[in-house]
Ligand binder design. Structure first.
Ligand SMILES: [Zn+2]
Length: 164
């Protein structure tokens, strides 16, 4: 018995009818999506995409961190990505706390997290525009590459363009 038995069992069924063996690692639709780890977001489903179509980069808050930039540079150079959509969402947990509050919560558990930057989001619109600028002005990514921002509404499933 392990904590993952349910997953192993489900994968037995999944692999029994697996049909994606011919896919390559390249993004067939030339798309990368930066979005949040929120479990309500189905990044392929909400765009009508399927496995193989897009690179999906997820973290807390859909933030464009150094590691997201690193991954985008690789995706553009190696994996056929030609456009990037940054997609935070409504009701995001990262908009409801500050870094200091997370540090305090962890401290109550005896854990010192002060060396971590959580990139919490006090102003979602400002954070999204900042993150779009980070991609657009990166010297490591193609000038003029389409970079868009939109907020996903977890209550309606609709995308609200912010800067596309
Ligand atoms: Zn979120």
């Amino acid at each position: 018995m392990s904590a993952f038995d349910d997953l192993l069992a489900a994968n037995e069924e999944f692999s029994a009818t697996f049909t994606n063996a011919e896919l390559t690692g390249k993004a067939a639709r030339g798309l990368a999506v930066v979005t949040c780890m929120d479990s309500r977001i189905d990044p392929l489903g909400l765009f009508g995409l399927k496995p193989g179509d897009a690179k999906i980069l997820r973290n807390a808050g859909a933030r464009v961190t150094d590691d997201v930039l690193r991954t985008l540079v690789l995706a553009v150079n190696l994996l056929a990505v030609e456009r990037v959509l940054v997609m935070p969402h409504t009701d995001c947990g990262m908009t409801k706390v500050t870094d200091d509050e997370v540090h305090a919560i962890a401290a109550r558990r005896g854990v010192d997290t002060r060396s971590l930057d959580f990139h919490t989001v006090p102003d979602q619109d400002a954070a999204l525009r900042h993150d779009l600028t980070r991609i657009r002005t990166s010297p490591f990514l193609p000038a003029g590459m389409p970079v868009g921002g939109a907020v996903y509404d977890v209550r309606t499933g609709k995308l609200m363009p912010v800067d596309i």
